[in-house]
Write a protein that binds this ligand. Structure first.
Ligand code: C5P
Length: 322
């Protein structure tokens, strides 16, 4: 750790968690709700550890950001196909020079990072994270908001009517079964993402709104598992990791705030709620611990930046020399 405080250790494992979280993680490692089939040899522990640059190239080559379009089966034969975008997200948005990904962590409170975050060309936020009233710490610009299907379906979040969702482009995702094709997923979503999507599009026809192809989340899951020495939770990556890789596909450089906790690290789950649970930072359902290990390994910024600003600096995929 040196003269600075401790920053995220890239070899974090479930054995370093407290009793309660360790049990929850072990449960999810065993449960396999989505029928994940792990490919390749079981003995992941003998695998050579990839360097940061090698990891970046692997992510670029093996995880492609894809979104649903109106021409794609089975959607093209459905009566509401025209509500879907005709082009994929990556041909409509960007490229951006410098980008910010704002995790929703409680450690953003009192960070004073708002001005810095807003200085980027594009800002990605997650789910129900507000800017109103929190501008000093998280800024006010929203270029893209990544939302999960649970938020879209919940009455509490008033997804269809709240102004929270009205700035920038929306990108939604829903956990699909691991080996499902689009038709199987369409008939068995975790939450009613397609019903809510149609409703929202009819109410707000001018706002760009994309749906992630579920291959993307499972490709990323495979990248995480292949680079870890222990079995990870058999659930999709967190929005934080999906959004980070999404922005690496659109931006020359990506700054991720408070994904790796700074000196302000806290059990406060979100900067916008009075709710405390270390699972928000360390993961329970999502393989968040392992996502953070990978992000730490890929970070091109300093440990000092992580410690004082909670800031990680990642290159965009277009800037890599693989
Ligand atoms: O909770 P929610 O998924 O909306 O938060 C957005 C993302 O921010 C999470 O998916 C996770 O990657 C990250 N996060 C975190 N630590 C927290 C809260 C959120 O790393 N305490």
């Amino acid at each position: 750790s040196g003269p600075l405080g401790q920053v995220w250790d890239d070899e974090m494992s479930s054995s370093m968690l407290g009793n309660r979280l360790r049990k929850v993680v072990r449960n999810y490692q065993a449960m396999n709700k989505y029928g994940v089939e792990v490919s390749g040899p079981g003995g992941v522990s003998s695998r050579p550890k990839l360097s940061g640059p090698e990891l970046l190239c692997q992510l670029r080559d093996k995880a492609e950001v894809a979104t649903l379009t109106s021409e794609l089966q089975p959607f093209s034969s459905l009566p509401w196909a025209s509500l879907l975008p005709s082009k994929p997200l990556t041909s409509d948005l960007g490229p951006y020079r410098s980008c910010a990904v704002v995790s929703s962590a409680g450690s953003l409170r009192h960070s004073g990072l708002g001005k810095e975050i807003d200085s980027h060309d594009a800002v990605l936020r997650f789910n129900t994270a507000p800017t109103n009233g929190y501008e000093k710490d998280v800024g006010s610009k929203t270029t893209i908001r990544l939302i999960n299907s649970q938020v879209m379906a919940s009455d509490d979040h008033r997804f269809l009517s709240s102004s929270l969702y009205s700035s920038g482009a929306l990108v939604a995702w829903d956990p699909a079964p691991f080996s499902a094709d689009l038709t199987q997923w369409y008939n068995r979503t975790d939450y009613p993402i397609f019903i809510q999507y149609q409703r929202y599009r009819r109410l707000h026809p001018l706002q760009p709104f994309y749906i992630l192809h579920p291959h993307f989340e499972w490709q990323l899951w495979q990248r995480i598992q292949d680079n870890m020495a222990e079995p990870i939770q058999k659930n999709p990556p967190s929005s934080g990791f999906l959004g980070t890789v999404l922005m690496m596909s659109l931006c020359d450089v990506v700054h991720v705030y408070e994904f790796l906790p700074s000196r302000r690290k806290t059990e406060l789950c979100h900067y916008y709620q009075r709710f405390y649970d270390s699972a928000c930072t360390l993961g329970a359902y999502h393989p968040l611990l392992y996502e953070k290990n990978l992000v730490k390994r890929m970070n091109r910024g300093s440990d000092h930046d992580v410690y004082t600003q909670g800031r990680v600096t990642l290159p965009g995929f277009s800037k890599l020399n693989c």
